[in-house]
Design a protein around this ligand. Sequence first.
Ligand SMILES: Nc1ncnc2c1ncn2[C@@H]1O[C@H](COP(=O)(O)OP(=O)(O)OP(=O)(O)O)[C@@H](O)[C@H]1O
Ligand SMILES: O=P(O)(O)OC[C@H]1O[C@H](OP(=O)(O)OP(=O)(O)O)[C@H](O)[C@@H]1O
Ligand SMILES: O=C(O)c1cccnc1
Length: 478
Amino acid sequence: MMDNLALLTDLYEFSMANGYAQTLPDEEAVFDVFYRKVPDQGSFVIAAGLAQVVETVRNWHFDEAEIDYLRGLNLFSEAFLTQLAEFKNECEITAMPEGTPVFPQEPLLTIQGPLWQTQLLETFVLNLVNHQSLIATKARRITVAAEGRPVMEFGARRAQGPDAATLGARAAIIGGCASTSNVLAAKRFNLPSAGTMAHAWIEAFPDELTAFQKWAAIYPDNASLLVDTYDVLSSGVPNAIRVFKQLAAAGHRPVGIRIDSGDIAQLAAGARRQLDEAGFIDAKITASNALDEAVMTSLLKEGAPIDNFGVGEQLITSASSPVLSGVYKLAAISQNGQLIPKIKVSASREKTTLPGLKRVYRLYQQGTTRAIGDVIALADEKLASGMTVVALNPLATRSQQQLGDFVARELQHTVLSPKTTAAVETDCFAIQRFSQQRLAELPEATQRLVNPDHYPVYITQQLAELQADLIAQQHAKN
Ligand SMILES: Nc1ncnc2c1ncn2[C@@H]1O[C@H](COP(=O)(O)OP(=O)(O)OP(=O)(O)O)[C@@H](O)[C@H]1O
Ligand SMILES: O=P(O)(O)OC[C@H]1O[C@H](OP(=O)(O)OP(=O)(O)O)[C@H](O)[C@@H]1O
Ligand SMILES: O=C(O)c1cccnc1
């Protein structure tokens, strides 16, 4: 169970909620979560964090200490504080399942409910979704670069705080990692924990060979020895081989070695030669040390014989692109039971919001699992073959296009409502598999790590017209 995150909310959300309670008490609202820019110049983000959003909203409440604290700010009416104390969630959440590749501007999560409640959700929903989606997206890049070799998540010590370490480890698995060194994350999310040893173990003994032998005596079937404390090729690997021979003679199977500094390609090649010559062709070589997808790609291109990767700081902080600026934007307000679409107008088309309650569809070529593009439509629209759509990409050569035949799959599903609770997948490896299936449907060129192709995302003509009308109405008012 997560802590109650009810106060993990920017002050202005409470200020607005208190104000709505006095001015627009019966209004309902629709908010969309989406992002505009993909980290690392990729073409999509892997959605993650939904399980924690659902858990947090289910557990969302204000206890006496929280109400007293808010009262002490001298900003809020007693009526509002009572409303908080008696509060029950009435919001409905529809969302893309975790692991879904999601493109810019697409609502990956939509929240509908009383205006004041939906407003209060903004900060912690964005916090959970932005963080985990960022790390899952980075983990996908890193595991793609590993070309099928297992990647262990090693980042806890470099993560920006305990939650970033633990939720980040969860997101790393969703994005493709095989295991984590973070025991809390492993326990909490039922993940495989994995690890080797640190230089301290080697340094603690009088010499490297003794250190390896002591380890092997305690963990005869888990001897993955760190060979770079003194000198990889003249000391580390020869000592590891000595210990492996003793283990093999006693009927054990040595696991392998880890290299954590120096020129990893050259050291791995030298270590591989020595291990093979000694007959340990199954001993695995693990590489670590500030790895990311660019270094890993370069190492493998150089032919480095690496079997496993341990990746920490660059993954857990998404160091090369550390922000996913997902936003939470008002799309509609109810008046007398009728939804009125709302818009935020901006000088840039990219920053002008898509109004109204919407649905996102992925279109597949008939009879195949090949995704050909996504369409954002108004909720009451039906998609039809031959319909005209408008490209969201302002640089698209053809802004209007007619769709051919397709099969459409709706991407969002209801995951929480006041009446029902749908099951949200919480098994991280099931989410990882789901993600990989969804990725396999996308054109390969959109998945490249460098200069990926643009994937077509369209809005329906009706949505485009609604947006244009609302912009015109605003211009007329100003
Ligand atoms: N053959 C290689 N090709 C490309 N990058 C490499 C290669 N070998 C190592 N690297 C990377 O180069 C960087 C070297 O970092 P750094 O200078 O901190 O390492 P180091 O001095 O060898 O190790 P440490 O400081 O941990 O003892 C790391 O990101 C490492 O993964
Ligand atoms: O480099 P990362 O991808 O974050 O992987 C985790 C790092 O953590 C450990 O290093 P340690 O904290 O002992 O410091 P070091 O960098 O001096 O080896 C380990 O030996 C890796 O180098
Ligand atoms: O188990 C390991 O080898 C490990 C764990 C965390 C960080 N660096 C290495």
